[in-house]
Design a binder for this molecule. Sequence first.
Ligand SMILES: N[C@@H](CCC(=O)N[C@@H](CS)C(=O)NCC(=O)O)C(=O)O
Length: 215
Amino acid sequence: MMHVYAFASVPPFAQGLVRDLRVRWALEEAGIPYRVMRVGDGADLSRDEYTKNLQPFGQIPAIEDDGMRLFESGAIVQYIAEQSSKLMPADPQKRAEVLQWMFCALNTIEMPVQNLASIDLFYANEEWAKQRRRGAAEMAEKRLAELARCLEGRAYLAGEFSAADILMTSLLRILRHTDLVARHPVLAEYQKRCEARPAFRRALDGQLGDLEAAA
Ligand SMILES: N[C@@H](CCC(=O)N[C@@H](CS)C(=O)NCC(=O)O)C(=O)O
């Protein structure tokens, strides 16, 4: 049984956003059974044990599958996607296109999105953050406007729903404290379409339920 590592507890602003969500979602789409292992004081394993044995930066997520340990949400989602034609097409060109959008999600879009979210959620009261926020918001807005143009007339990033949509939707969620996604109806509808999938609902309910149970 695959093990998925998740924080035993996180503050309310992070609930429903923690990156084990994208891993759970991919597993739910692929129909692969998994067991969640909680990381933290008094949980299945301590943060120190987790950092020593599974994720050298102490970050969530990581997985363990039949003795193999893997970290970085993008690598994990790809590993799962390779096991399901629902998430990664076999055709080499279509596969390359899905990978392109996965890298785009994690590099081109998530970086400015996370930068803005970090300013808002972690450093909002710092003087430097107040000065930096405008530029960070402009960069995120620029990338979202470009992404919205790419999604014009498309239901998903690369033809059918794929692993790329799991990553892209997950990072759009990071901006839920802003109206940046809502400003682009094409993006808001895309996010809504992906989040309407039963596999996403199960993954989200799983993360929120586990966090609530541990509270
Ligand atoms: N690039 C990593 C980022 C992982 C990451 O930032 N995880 C957050 C939770 S969503 C975390 O563990 N934060 C705590 C920390 O960085 O110490 C990935 O995609 O797996």
